[in-house]
Design a protein around this ligand. Structure first.
Ligand code: CTP
Length: 468
């Protein structure tokens, strides 16, 4: 249950808002995510207020009273917003709302508390906390649609029948799966059925809003919850067909390959605890994206996916364009997709320094992210295999460190410099001076002598006659 006196203590400014509403003889409620998140013990810095009457006029009046200068008004939506004490406060007048079916533009008329609450997305978001001093329900939690029980049961349901709720705003289909993923909730069967039946309607929603929800799913603690819901309801086919296409297993003779969609879900879940970098998580999602196009059956070998990493990198630009993803992340994603098999190759052979060096140069500053991706890509259930693969990557990383260390030394000069070599060996500037200097450097690189001036000098005396 909600402890209102605790809330009053934590957010003392709420009393000022309640008093201002009482002076104006208006009813006001805290609604939506703030109430839900208090119950879920999550912190939230945005508070939505529902005012019965003119929400914008109330916000303007209140802002003057509490000394806030800048109020942003969204006339079309009848909302007003300002920042106060580090919080984002949003005010809306109760409305009876319906949406134009061909766009997301609401057709709004004034409404009652019930009109407004019943047109919200999920029961867990319909809970309201009264701040109405003049209504004898100050501090009361108003639960019109059983949101409290749904929070307890970790269940997403719509207050009206889901067709109606989604028809008002199809983006709510994405929101359902996003909340399920963020909060680890299940969605009702009715929501799934309606989502499947109505997913085409997402086409009237702007790509930015869809992508925003999709990335929130990817940012959640266990993204596969949302990804599997998108897949199961066929919403994925509409919003990200390349990912939808990963599902399915082919069987020929005794060979079958693993289902790439479920493998991808595991990879994304594996990487989630290791990074909050949404783009590294996105790379995990798309690392095998071109497997369906490159799949071939080879007699006596089985299924192969040659070149899927290169093709995957190549098709990324089209995906970024369509999903309106930020182009400054494109190269990073392409690099990780293109290189995701390289560490395996480097672990297998007796690799040369130059192969390792090429890898270091190609991966550049993203080498650690690439290895994080490769580790997450291990989804075998056989623990012996998992340890073997992890040990392989460990070996590659050790080789990387080894070569980096050598190269660092190479970048240094011999501690005994050319002029001193010329003086001691009685030489004029010539090729010979360079040769002797390289011999000293090689001795340091090969670990024959330590990298100090004294050791280099005595080594010079030791070898100089061989070179003169
Ligand atoms: N809402 C809705 N339909 C939408 C968007 C929002 O009914 N498509 C309602 C919900 O009651 C929601 C409230 O408006 O709780 C505030 O919306 P928003 O700030 O987008 O979401 P929150 O629930 O606050 O959650 P979060 O900030 O995590 O997105």
């Amino acid at each position: 249950m909600i402890n209102f006196s605790q809330i009053e203590k934590s957010y003392p400014f709420l009393k000022n808002i309640a008093n201002a509403a009482a002076v104006l003889q208006m009813e006001i409620y805290i609604v939506g995510g703030f109430v839900r998140d208090i119950l879920l013990e999550r912190e939230k810095k945005e508070i939505d207020f529902l005012v019965i009457g003119d929400g914008v006029a109330f916000a303007e009046n209140l802002s003057k009273k509490i000394g806030v200068e800048k109020v942003t008004v969204f006339k079309n939506f009848g909302t007003a917003h300002f920042r106060y004490n580090d919080f984002d406060l949003e005010f809306v007048g109760a409305r009876k709302e319906s949406y134009d079916r061909s766009s997301r533009k609401p057709v709004v008329t004034n409404g009652s508390f019930f009109d407004d609450i019943s047109r919200r997305d999920f029961t867990i978001n319909t809970l309201a906390l009264s701040l109405s001093l003049n209504k004898n329900n100050y501090g009361e939690l108003i639960d019109t649609f059983g949101g409290l029980v749904d929070i307890e049961q970790k269940l997403l349901r719509t207050p009206l029948n889901p067709e109606e709720t989604f028809s008002d705003d199809p983006l709510r289909i994405m929101r359902a799966f996003r909340f399920a993923s963020q909060l680890n909730f299940t969605v009702s069967d009715e929501i799934k059925t309606a989502a499947k039946a109505m997913c085409e309607r997402l086409k009237i929603v702007s790509q930015e809003r869809i992508t925003d929800e999709f990335l929130k799913i990817l940012s959640s603690p266990k993204p596969s919850i949302g990804l599997k819901l998108l897949q199961e309801t066929e919403v994925m086919k509409i919003i990200f067909p390349e990912v939808a296409n990963l599902q399915g297993v082919d069987q020929r003779q005794d060979y079958h390959h693993k289902d790439v969609f479920y493998h991808t879900c595991k990879v994304v879940d594996n990487i989630a605890p290791n990074t909050d970098n949404i783009w590294l998580r996105f790379a995990a999602l798309v690392h095998d994206i071109a497997k369906p196009q490159t799949k071939r059956f080879v007699e006596n070998i089985g299924w192969t996916f040659h070149g899927h990493e290169d093709l995957g990198a190549r098709i990324m630009k089209g995906i970024f364009t369509r999903l309106k993803l930020p182009f400054h992340q494109l190269e990073y994603i392409r690099k990780l997709v293109r290189l995701h098999l390289r560490p395996i190759a480097l672990a297998k052979e007796e690799v040369t320094d130059s192969a390792i060096r090429r890898f270091i140069v190609e991966a550049g500053e993203d080498l650690h992210d690439l290895i994080t991706l490769c580790r997450a890509d291990i989804t075998s259930k056989n623990m012996d295999k998992v340890s073997e693969y992890l040990a392989n990557y460990e070996r590659v990383m050790n080789r990387v460190l080894e070569v980096e260390e050598k190269d660092k030394l190479r970048a240094f000069q011999s501690p005994v410099r050319g002029e001193e070599i010329m003086r001691i060996c009685n030489l004029k500037p010539s090729k010979k001076v360079g040769e002797i200097k390289t011999a000293i450097e090689d001795a340091i690189l090969d670990g024959i002598i330590p990298n100090t001036y004294e050791d280099a000098l005595s080594y010079l005396y030791q070898i100089k006659d061989q070179h003169l």
